[in-house]
Design a protein. Structure first.
Lengths: 339, 418
């Protein structure tokens, strides 16, 4: 039975109606890195991400937390994708850390090369992050990622998962959920949207490599994200964090709903938050109050067809996936409620 | 120190003397022995402060070098054939970012049909990728050119491929003078990168560039290669001072001064050719040869100066631009386009077909009579080709060309005819 993760906070503050965790209500030492004046602003303002971009939000929190954890001794390798494009075109850059973009599918290998160089030079105090979207991670970059895990290279790989190729115009990836509309899985025909029983769970595949640390996180709980990144940077070897980052443009959601959608994805069971070490599940974030998947789906136009009576079977399939996750990862305490 | 060693081992020793900091390795024949030997040296502690990465693919191999080079480490890998194609996206990326990686290419044919033997199809597939490409003639030159390659790469901030004929050089044992560490240290300074991933001075590398600057970026890539045309001979001269060997340069001539006919080629085949040409000169034929040592940059001016008084040139190359003809020949014709010189194009040695003194002499004599087809396929068995063409004409489902040809001639017969 997985334990409740050792967390950034023992007490959670659920404010009426919003469920928002209040930073100001916490003791100073429990406040987020982002809430401090000395945060590094590694991914600075002025970039070109869309309004409500989950990836921009997540990357900022993740990298600032990693900077704090490494005493600002950090280098990042970035896969091609939204994060690369919206942060950089020369001569501008939103990155205040040493940062390299090479190709779409090689961020993990470039990161491994940087880590090797640092080791050869005796600069193991400098740490390495490789990062990319789900396409660059679960599809085209998968070989290099698996190689990095296999060799246990001293790299934290962060996958910003928005469940499709957003930079090229919202095409299906192997992280796209069943039923979802993308430009290559349109809601037409007998089974509209993306096919069910396809895709892969890279966190579980990462665990199968027996690497020191694997976690999933979501931009609705940024304290948890910071905690997991900080924990990851305290470990050497290959580490993997997959971060759930809604994409208003690709999902057809309101920019103001990004955090809400993230929370609902977790609370409905479709996106379990887990931690694992050396292949063993060590923690899950319990669901306080399970919400029906429909609550999550209805805020996103990519699932609009799923909610039509004619496609009730798709809604059932998605609910079944959520239920399976809840059971598999024990996301709800059987006694109910207490955390 | 003189040693009787395999070419691959000699290269591994040369690379080790260059104090590499990151080596990535992925097996593909025929470069494998080089990285095997380097791996053993790193594991045994014979190369200090060096990380040896066992990567999952050639794409990963070069990508890791991109990361390590950007982080300031002297970085090396090796590949061949399909491996070169599999890493091709990273090949262009490394040169585009100006990362001075050195890569050995154990030259091997590209499939299909799969073929492990020597030709230059792999290096030629990357001829426009912005890397410097140096072809070597012997294992001694392979050793010497690797040492020069690191210095050249780092001085220019450009990656360098050292191209050596697979098996013919990589797997052959010969006497090689392996330099000592002091000599190499005197020739090769420590790596000072032009840009570096360093938390003390953060920068962004590899960001997007639009139409407003792309042309100039490309121009400068070309300009750097033109600079290399000066730098390669300068470095070869300095190398000669320290190591007492002429091993570099952009072009090497063999008795071609005043020769009516000059054979132009690259790589190890010059070894066999030198014997043939010497016999032909003994028979009163005015013929010499040169090897293009630097294929990229292409030494246009040097070739013009050497070939200006020649009556004809016979280009012999182990590669083919399908649908066009000889690649080296095309490049040479462009260099000589305003000279009244006949340039014959001969393509041979594809997929490792043996090149013999006898068949070379027949080919050269045909060239001297100006009777060569354009392009001329050296030692081709046209009866086999014609039989297959007839079959394709006769039936729609004619099957695999490669299989049909081997069915026709039989493996034993095929071996006998070549």
């Amino acid at each position: 039975m997985p334990q409740i993760p050792e967390s950034h906070q023992k007490v959670r503050f659920y404010q009426t109606g919003t469920l928002t965790v209040g930073n100001r209500l916490l003791d100073a030492e429990h406040r987020s890195v982002q809430g401090t004046m000395d945060r590094s602003n590694s991914l600075d303002s002025g970039h070109r991400a869309c309004q409500g971009c989950g990836e921009a939000l997540g990357a900022r929190f993740a990298i600032d937390a990693a900077m704090r954890a490494t005493n600002n001794q950090l280098i990042a390798a970035n896969a091609t994708g939204c994060l690369e494009v919206f942060t950089t075109p020369y001569p501008e850059t939103a990155w205040s850390i040493p940062w390299i973009h090479s190709l779409f599918g090689n961020a993990a290998a470039v990161g491994a090369g940087i880590a090797a160089a640092l080791k050869a030079k005796g600069r193991e105090d400098v740490r390495v992050i490789a990062q990319g979207g789900d396409g660059g991670t679960t599809d085209i970059g998968f070989g290099c990622l698996s190689g990095m895990f296999d060799r246990n290279d001293d790299v934290l790989y962060i996958c910003y998962n928005n469940e499709a190729y957003m930079n090229t115009g919202v095409q299906r990836s192997s992280a796209t959920p069943g039923g979802a509309r993308t430009a290559t899985t349109m809601p037409v025909g007998k089974d509209p949207g993306n096919a069910f029983n396809t895709g892969k769970s890279v966190p579980l595949i990462a665990m199968a490599h027996l690497i020191p640390y694997v976690a999933t996180a979501s931009v609705h709980d940024l304290h948890d994200l910071e905690h997991k990144v900080t924990k990851a940077m305290g470990i050497h070897g290959a580490r993997y964090i997959e971060l759930f980052v809604p994409c208003p443009l690709g999902w057809g959601s309101k920019p103001s709903d990004t955090v809400k959608i993230s929370r609902l994805a977790v609370e409905c069971g479709l996106y379990p938050l887990i931690e694992a070490e050396h292949g063993e599940l060590t923690g899950v974030t319990k669901i306080r109050r399970q919400v029906p998947v429909g609550e999550y789906l209805k805020l996103q136009r990519r699932f609009a067809h799923v909610l039509k009576p004619a496609n009730a079977h798709q809604l059932e399939q998605l609910q079944a996936i959520a239920n399976r996750n809840i059971k598999k990862f024990s996301l709800i305490d059987e006694q109910g409620g207490q955390e | 120190m003189l040693k009787q060693v395999e070419g691959s081992h000699a290269v591994a020793e040369a690379v080790a003397l260059c104090r590499p900091e990151v080596i990535s390795a992925y097996p593909i024949t025929p470069q494998t022995h080089i990285v095997e030997d380097l791996g053993t040296m790193v594991k045994a502690g014979a190369i200090k402060n060096c990380e040896f990465l066992l990567v999952e693919s050639e794409f990963g191999a070069l990508s890791a070098c991109i990361g390590s080079s950007a982080a300031g480490a002297r970085s090396y890998t090796a590949t061949s054939s399909q491996g070169m194609l599999f890493m091709m996206e990273a090949v262009y990326n490394a040169s585009g970012m100006g990362l001075p990686i050195v890569m050995t290419v154990g030259n091997r044919a590209i499939g299909a049909p799969i073929n492990i033997w020597n030709d230059w199809g792999d290096s030629m597939s990357a001829r426009d990728a912005g890397w410097i490409q140096l072809f070597v003639e012997s294992n001694q030159q392979a050793v010497d050119v690797h040492i020069q390659a690191f210095r050249l790469a780092e001085q220019l901030s450009l990656p360098v491929m050292v191209c050596m004929d697979g098996f013919i050089l990589t797997h052959s044992f010969s006497q090689v003078d392996i330099p000592d560490q002091k000599q190499v240290d005197a020739f090769l300074p420590t790596f000072e990168p032009r840009q570096l991933l360093d938390p003390a001075a953060p920068l962004s590398m590899g960001a997007m560039v639009g139409p407003e600057a792309f042309t100039e970026v490309r121009y400068l890539a070309h300009h750097k290669q033109m600079e290399a045309l000066q730098l390669i001979p300068e470095q070869a001269a300095e190398f000669e001072k320290i190591f007492a060997r002429d091993s570099g340069g952009v072009v090497k001539t063999f008795d071609c001064e005043g020769a009516e006919t000059v054979v132009v080629t690259m790589g190890s085949v010059i070894g066999t050719m030198k014997q043939v040409l010497s016999e032909m000169r003994d028979d009163g034929i005015s013929i010499g040869a040169l090897t293009v040592r630097s294929f990229r940059p292409f030494p246009k001016e040097a070739l013009r100066a050497i070939l200006k008084d020649a009556k004809r040139v016979i280009v012999f190359e182990k590669c083919l631009a399908v649908g066009m003809g000889g690649i080296l020949a095309m490049n040479l014709r462009m260099a000589l386009n305003d000279f009244p010189i006949r340039v014959h194009s001969a393509i041979g040695g594809l997929g490792g077909r043996p090149i013999t003194r006898a068949n070379l002499r027949r080919m050269f004599e045909k060239g001297i009579r100006d009777e060569m087809e354009e392009p001329h396929f050296h030692d081709i068995h046209m009866n086999v080709v014609e039989r297959e063409l007839e079959r394709e004409h006769a039936q729609r489902r004619s099957g695999s060309i490669a299989e049909n040809i081997l069915q026709d001639v039989g493996v034993v017969a095929a071996a006998k005819t070549i």
